[in-house]
Design a protein around this ligand. Structure first.
Ligand code: ADP
Ligand code: ZN
Ligand code: ZN
Length: 661
């Protein structure tokens, strides 16, 4: 009797077997409803075999094979297999996470099918600049696998390069997958894609779509009806029968990295998928991730395409100036230099942006009398003061409280906010410039796509004079009236323990600086710092990403950090730190480890955020100079770790290529 080998969404590294009398090998790739425990689950049939690993009589019959879509194709399973092996993630979890929720429901709600809508308004096609044309000429859309890095300064017209390549791929009858970091932040890109390809079917795939819409769009991609899929990281696994080109925009962005469940990098998976399918993949950024840059520089694994100039001949890169605050008196963290520059913009009817990557009013509330600070009860973190709605809020676990009238420890009524966030700067700017229209843009003021679109409209329509915002404002927007960017609080990242902090800071400041002077008005960027001679700022002034990258990579090579070494981290969390550490200690002492000489294990240590939502967290770093050696080690290690006896409340996972340690 035929046996189904089924992938289920369970943390187990094996398939499950069920009997199915009427099944045939053609059913591999279909979904199936199966009994499990006391209920039912939806799984995916990976194989149909005559004889399973278990005796037939021990197998339960499958309830129903679902035939509402074609079988998932071979290349889908191949990609899931790669991700499962590379990231040490159970195959079933990988397969099932790739499906929209609607396809995983045992009893799906009844609903109308809904239709994929087409765009109407066509947008004009600009003539290419020489640099754009030359970049495009170097990419053979029908030439099999190739990986390219499109390194183009902000405003250099990377999007136009994407659109031309999309056009070529569509003309060949292929589908295109365009990945973006956060779709809500890029409605302009979506409009441009829809407006360029009005005759084509464009669908989006991201986590904020309603369940029905997500399922509909996924089906359109999978059936081949959709020509272009515009999606966030989760879209990388979408089966697409005619896929011919993958583009990853802002490839350096950390949101391509999934931080829970299966911890994967959608950018890296994109390259693997392109190789598996023998199609080109294009990574684009003004500040490529250093891993990517190392691959592209010196004729490495990626071909490097460069756009040095802004596409609009009127637009110039902004002038970046360092404001040395050492001898200055600042008011609420703002220098007189910046105040004067903002005043000039107000007089000229231009816009300014004050960038501060910290939301809330102040990062902590404290009592000067006894030293009390507002700590989260559940995390090793402070509660952030939000004056706008009068709350103390943990940005890590979501815990919140009212603001106490007096110090909870000593009763002192004179408690103060320390440090500053966007709300505080906004309040101060409003008192300094009472006539100005100030718009704060952060995750507190903008929570939905609708709100974000409204904010963009306000900015474009000139309904705001001064913007105060976090990195939300740094991503890929054109604000033609914006001519001044002032950056506050940049120094915090300069000497952070995290050796990736300078890379992130540089990228952020480059991106936010790139918002100024996009049109014919000249832009100016003022960066306040106590360390005016720091080389990172020198590189920013010179718009010198390549110089910065070279220095950073040399430092990493000398220190033995990625991309010159390869890392995986084992994390454990438990109610007691001692349990988490003891577990990791056992993982270091496993007997099989001695066989892997090329892999080095460090001592277990508490994580930087040692407590999160009432769980103590610790980690252990595994490192090697050889990726194959690390990859060979990990499955053995994982299997041995799974056999360690641990307290029932202890959870652990392995993350490969972690971005944060
Ligand atoms: P990037 O993504 O590299 O930051 P964009 O693609 O947003 O740059 O382009 C920046 C600006 O230049 C946009 O306003 C765009 O319309 C314009 N642009 C792009 N290509 C051209 C071109 N070939 N000629 C004129 N303007 C262009
Ligand atoms: Zn006190
Ligand atoms: Zn918390």
């Amino acid at each position: 009797m035929p046996v189904l080998r089924v992938a289920l969404d369970l943390p187990l590294h094996r398939l499950f077997e069920y009997r199915a009398e009427s099944a045939s090998t053609a059913d591999a790739g279909l979904r199936v409803r199966v009994p499990f425990g006391r209920g039912e689950r939806i799984g995916v049939i990976v194989e149909v075999v005559e004889q399973g690993e278990w005796p037939d009589e021990q197998l339960k019959p499958a309830t129903e094979i679902l035939r509402d879509h074609d079988p998932l194709p071979h290349d889908f399973f191949a990609l899931c297999e790669f991700a499962s092996a590379y990231y040490q993630a159970p195959f079933g979890e990988v397969v099932l996470q790739a499906l929209p929720v609607g396809l995983k429901r045992v009893a799906p709600p009844n609903r109308r099918a809904g239709r994929v809508k087409k765009a109407q308004m066509a947008l004009a096609v600009p003539a290419l600049t020489e640099e754009q044309a030359s970049a495009i000429n170097k990419i053979a859309v029908d030439g099999g696998f190739s990986a390219q890095l499109l390194y183009g300064v902000t405003g250099s017209g990377k999007t136009e390069v994407y659109l031309r390549l999309v056009e070529q791929a569509l003309a060949l009858g292929r589908q295109v997958l365009l990945l973006v970091p956060e779709i809500n932040l890029t409605p302009q890109l979506e409009e441009r894609v829809r407006g360029r390809f009005t005759e084509r079917t464009v669908v989006s795939l991201h986590s904020e779509l309603a369940e029905a819409a997500r399922e509909r769009n996924w089906r359109a991609a999978f059936s081949g009806e959709a020509d272009i899929v515009l999606g966030t990281r989760l879209a990388i696994f979408t089966p697409m029968p005619r896929l011919g080109l993958i583009i990853v925009d802002e490839e350096h962005d950390a949101s391509f990295k999934q931080q829970d469940g299966m911890r994967y990098s959608a950018r890296d998976i994109a390259v693997v998928r392109a190789r598996q399918l023998s199609i080109p993949v294009l990574l684009g950024s003004a500040t490529p991730a250093l891993e990517t840059w190392a691959n592209a520089r010196d004729g490495g694994r990626y071909q490097l395409l460069t756009l040095k100039e802004r596409a609009n001949p009127e637009a110039r890169l902004p002038t970046v100036r360092i404001v040395d605050t050492r001898k200055m008196v600042l008011r609420e963290g703002v220098s007189e230099t910046l105040v004067t520059a903002i005043r000039q913009r107000l007089e000229r009817g231009e816009q300014s942006l004050v960038f501060l990557n910290r939301r809330g009013y102040a990062p902590v509330l404290a009592c000067p009398a006894c030293g009390w600070v507002s700590r989260c009860q559940r995390c090793a973190a402070n509660l952030v003061l939000h004056l706008a709605d009068r709350r103390l809020r943990c940005h890590h676990c979501g815990f919140e409280n009212g603001i106490p009238k007096a110090c909870p420890t000593c009763g002192n009524q004179d408690i103060h906010p320390f440090g500053r966030g966007t709300q505080r700067v906004e309040t101060w700017l409003q008192s300094e410039f009472p006539e100005a229209r100030i718009l704060r843009v952060d995750r507190d003021s903008v929570k939905s796509r609708k709100q974000w679109e409204a904010v963009l409209e306000q900015i474009h329509g000139g309904a705001a004079d001064i913007l105060v915002g976090t990195q939300m404002l740094a991503k890929g927007h054109d604000f033609p009236k914006l001519t001044l960017v002032g950056a506050l609080g940049a120094d915090a990242a300069l000497f952070a323990a995290d050796w990736r902090a300078p890379e992130r800071l540089f990228a952020q400041l480059m991106q936010v600086a790139g918002r100024a002077g996009r049109a014919e008005l000249k832009g100016e960027v003022l960066i306040q710092t106590q360390y005016p001679d720091h080389p990172l700022f020198g590189a920013l002034v010179a718009h010198d990403y390549t110089g910065f990258a070279a220095t950073q990579l040399k430092e990493r090579e000398q220190a033995g950090f990625p991309p010159y070494t390869f890392q995986a981290v084992l994390r454990a969390e438990a109610p007691a730190m001692a349990d988490a550490l003891a577990f990791l200690e056992s993982a270091v002492r496993l007997p099989t480890i001695a066989e892997h000489e090329q892999v080095m294990l460090y001592d277990p240590v508490p994580m930087k955020m040692a407590r999160l939502a009432n769980l103590e967290r610790a980690q252990l770093l595994a490192e090697s100079y050889s990726r194959p050696a690390l990859q060979a080690f990990l499955p053995h290690w994982r299997e041995a770790i799974a056999r360690i006896k641990s307290p029932s409340k202890l959870r652990w996972h392995i993350e490969v290529d972690p971005l944060e340690l």
